[in-house]
Design a protein around this ligand. Structure first.
Ligand code: FAD
Length: 492
């Protein structure tokens, strides 16, 4: 990642910087803008909303408490994100937790009546993949030794045939792959339901095996790959603003509350300009869309719809997810980490009053919980979602919460629904993910759904923006971008 950043910064300069309209100020848009400015160009970021971050956006409620679109975890295996923090000199904002994966054991209690957790602890002194293997071997709560062995044998083709095998497995769901490899159903039930919900907010019966193998590959190859970090506060101010400030300091522009309503095209199908919702038109030398795939599909000009590159987008669609914040009148846990709930309705959760410095509270808990799969729930009223979540919490915190109201009291709730979030990574989706360079010479794509090896994640979004910036800067040097004023951007 560091050498890729350097390669972008070292690119020869064009005679004049290209003015590039970047649609969207999520991580892909802000990353693209940052690297375009590193390559000597002038990004103009156009964001529809009044808040930075897209799917990592957050805002304050009337009490000043932050409400987030999603509970976000950073991994050691996020090279481009970690490099971004380094380049912005904000590495100290990532709060790295112990190298562990912690699963709740719903319904099970410790001797003194508290919620029981099962831990996979990665020994610090061992390199990958040994640290992962020891972590798995030492955990006997969830899987028996023969089950682990059968799963390990199932993984042999992935180890032998590498990336090619990982990609071929996109045809299979996690459940189908487990059956084909003779892995016992219990491995799926005990571990992979939780993992699938955390990776893509869906069940293993639907999730592509490529997604799981990609994550496992990174975790087993990189010593710190599965190490997790929480940002020390709300992403818009702690991460997105520094990304924006970086490109603003280098001549870029950021225009908030600027929703694009139409992409205007010339007869030769190249982009002429962007029609904004307020009626104005933004013209630039080149355009990068980082809109999620669903609004992008609605925005495609008629002239582009027959092109196979854009037709493929029909195969992608956002998956629903719900993020819930629950403020309680007392502390519920002392675990300063991400927790896999292993409950039917919930995915992962964390007590943000412990895990995140900016939300710290020494006396009370604020649980942030991801509710997934959310297909059956996204249309239901908040009250039903809260009630169902509380039922799960009674099982997760049997000693701290009681149905009769005698335990911890729920003080405040915020429910954030995202009906179309990251693309749904069902089996066979890899074929539909577009590369960053489109057949339209002055139009590029970025966003976590676009093709790159890091799936739909913050790393995927950041990397896609970087790839789009490099592709665009290379095209400018090769003079394949038709410039607005007709002048070639000759290499200096
Ligand atoms: P977006 O963030 O969606 O950005 C697109 C931007 O385009 C938005 O700001 C939008 O307002 C703007 N836009 C759209 N239409 C227009 C228009 N017409 N005009 C102008 N602007 C427009 N990832 C992880 O790595 N780890 C996690 O733990 C994790 N947890 C998650 C939990 C939840 C609940 C959710 C929803 C996501 C999670 N993700 C996680 C995924 C991660 O948030 C996304 O992959 C990533 O943020 C996507 O970034 P993006 O820039 O591609 O898209």
């Amino acid at each position: 990642a560091a050498s890729f950043s350097q390669a972008i910064a070292d690119l020869p300069r064009t005679e004049r910087p290209l003015k590039v309209a970047v649609i969207g100020a999520g991580l892909a848009g802000l990353s693209c803008a940052k690297y375009l400015s590193d390559a000597g160009h002038k990004p103009i970021v156009l964001e529809a909303r009044d808040v930075l971050g897209g799917k990592v956006s957050a805002w304050q409620d009337k009490d000043g408490d932050w409400v987030e679109t999603g509970l976000h975890i950073f991994f050691g295996a996020y090279p481009n994100v970690n490099q971004m923090f380094k380049e912005l000199d904000i590495e100290d904002r990532l709060q790295w937790k112990s190298h562990s994966m912690i699963f709740a054991m719903p319904g099970q209690q410790t001797e003194d009546g508290f919620q029981r957790f099962s831990r996979f602890d990665f020994p610090a002194l061992l390199p990958a993949p040994l640290n992962g293997l020891v972590a798995i071997l030492l955990n006997n709560d969830m899987l028996s030794f023969p089950e682990k062995l059968q799963f390990g044998i199932g993984l042999i083709p992935a180890i032998l045939f590498g990336q090619r095998y990982v990609e071929e497995c996109d045809e299979l769901t996690v459940t189908e792959w487990m059956k084909k490899q003779g892995v016992p159903d219990r491995v799926n039930d005990e571990v992979f339901i939780a993992m699938a919900k955390a990776l893509n907010f869906i069940d293993p019966d639907n999730l592509s095996m490529t997604v799981v193998l990609t994550a496992l590959n990174r975790f087993l190859q990189e010593t710190h790959g599965s190490k997790m970090a929480f940002l020390d506060g709300p992403p818009p101010t702690r991460l997105c603003q520094p990304m924006a400030d970086y490109m603003l300091a280098r001549g870029g522009e950021l225009r908030m509350k600027q929703r694009i309503s139409k992409i205007l095209v010339h007869d030769d199908k190249t982009v002429k300009g962007l029609q904004m919702q307020d009626g104005s038109i933004v013209e630039a030398d080149a355009y990068v869309s980082t809109m999620p795939v669903d609004p992008l599909k609605l925005m495609l000009p008629e002239e582009w719809k027959q092109l196979p590159y854009f037709q493929k987008l029909e195969g992608l669609r956002g998956v629903p997810v719900i993020n819930i914040h629950m403020w309680f009148d007392r502390k519920l846990t002392t675990v300063d980490h991400l927790l896999f709930s292993r409950s039917p309705l919930l995915s992962v959760y964390a007590d943000m009053s412990l895990t995140c410095k900016g939300y710290r509270d020494d006396d009370k808990s604020m649980l942030e919980l991801v509710f997934a799969p959310a297909k059956e729930w996204i249309g239901r009223p908040d009250s039903e979602i809260i009630e169902a979540t509380m039922e799960e919490l009674y099982r997760l915190f049997p000693n701290e919460m009681n149905r009769d109201g005698s335990g911890a009291r729920l003080v405040k709730v915020a429910v954030v629904k995202t009906p179309l979030s990251v693309y749904e990574a069902t089996a066979g989706r890899e074929l539909y993910r577009p590369v960053q360079t489109s057949p339209i010479p002055n139009f590029f794509l970025a966003g976590c759904f676009t093709k790159q090896k890091y799936l739909a994640s913050m790393e995927g979004a950041t990397f896609s923006g970087k790839l789009a910036a490099k592709a665009l800067a290379d095209a400018a040097l090769a003079e394949t971008v038709p410039l607005k004023d007709g002048q070639a951007a000759m290499a200096a």
